[in-house]
Design a protein around this ligand. Structure first.
Ligand code: ADP
Ligand code: MG
Length: 238
């Protein structure tokens, strides 16, 4: 048993097979990146893990517990979206604490957890600002902070850096690697950018056409791609 076991997962929308027979075991603390071209099913797979989408077939288990029928809020996962999805009328601090407040946490506990996340993300000076007063990078840090305060077993990131300019994207990659070192939490990260994937991943899962093409360490995939799609996609000379 791995921490997250995905077994025989399939998803159809109408007559379209978006995911077919996905099998994947993710160890606790791993940084796994799903990579593949637009439309290959990356977001759908992430949404299935988070519970925002139901499977057509197959099973998910987290620490052995069957997840399929568990409410998204109780799964132990927390998602960070490309579009940040912050509440515009709330301050950074309120955005970060909102899920804890909804869960009935005490004010002192919320303050402590939000403060800790703000320190990790170097957001202390911006906590009273609303999203409209924050830069793209700061907004994405708030969105990450909102996930951190929930202390999830698994972080789910859906192209979180895609809306940022190139320079900031590179800086944020380094921050995410640092965050993973500090928290040691399992992270599943979706991107269509193979360089981003190679930089971040302990293990890369290359998807195409709703099927896992290959799964492995970035350099192993680069050195020894299983097929021409993988070779072409990650720019391997083979
Ligand atoms: P990716 O994130 O890799 O770009 P997605 O998982 O978003 O891909 O989408 C995979 C395929 O599933 C696409 O063809 C998309 O149009 C389709 N799809 C995604 N969500 C839905 C939906 N709710 N209804 C119908 N088709 C969908
Ligand atoms: Mg997507």
């Amino acid at each position: 048993m791995a921490q997250l076991d995905i077994t025989g997962v399939a998803k159809t929308f109408g007559a379209v097979d978006v995911l077919r027979d996905i099998n994947l075991n993710i160890r606790s603390g791993e940084f796994v990146v799903f990579v593949g071209p637009s439309g290959c099913g990356k977001s759908t797979l992430l949404r299935i893990i988070s519970g925002l989408e139901e499977v057509t077939a197959g099973e998910l288990r987290l620490d052995g517990e069957r997840l399929n029928d568990v409410d998204p809020a109780r799964r132990g996962t927390a998602m960070v979206f490309q579009s940040y999805a912050l509440y515009p009328h709330m301050t950074a601090a309120e955005n970060m604490g909102f899920s804890l407040k909804m869960a009935g946490a005490r004010k002192s506990e919320i303050r402590e957890k939000v403060g800790k996340a703000a320190a990790i993300l170097q957001l202390e000076r911006h906590m009273d600002r609303r999203p409209g007063q924050l830069s793209g990078g700061q907004k994405q840090r708030v969105a990450i902070g909102r996930a951190i305060v929930r202390e999830p077993k698994v972080f789910l990131f859906d192209e979180p850096l895609s809306n940022l300019d190139a320079e900031l994207r590179v800086q944020m990659r380094a921050e995410l690697i640092d965050l993973h070192r500090r928290l040691k939490t399992t992270m599943i990260y979706v991107t269509h950018d193979q360089v981003e994937a190679m930089t971040l991943a302990d293990r890369m899962v290359v998807l195409n056409g709703g099927v896992i093409q290959q799964c492995g360490r970035p350099l192993d995939l680069y050195d020894d791609p299983d097929n021409r799609f993988v070779a072409g996609f990650i720019g391997s000379p083979k």
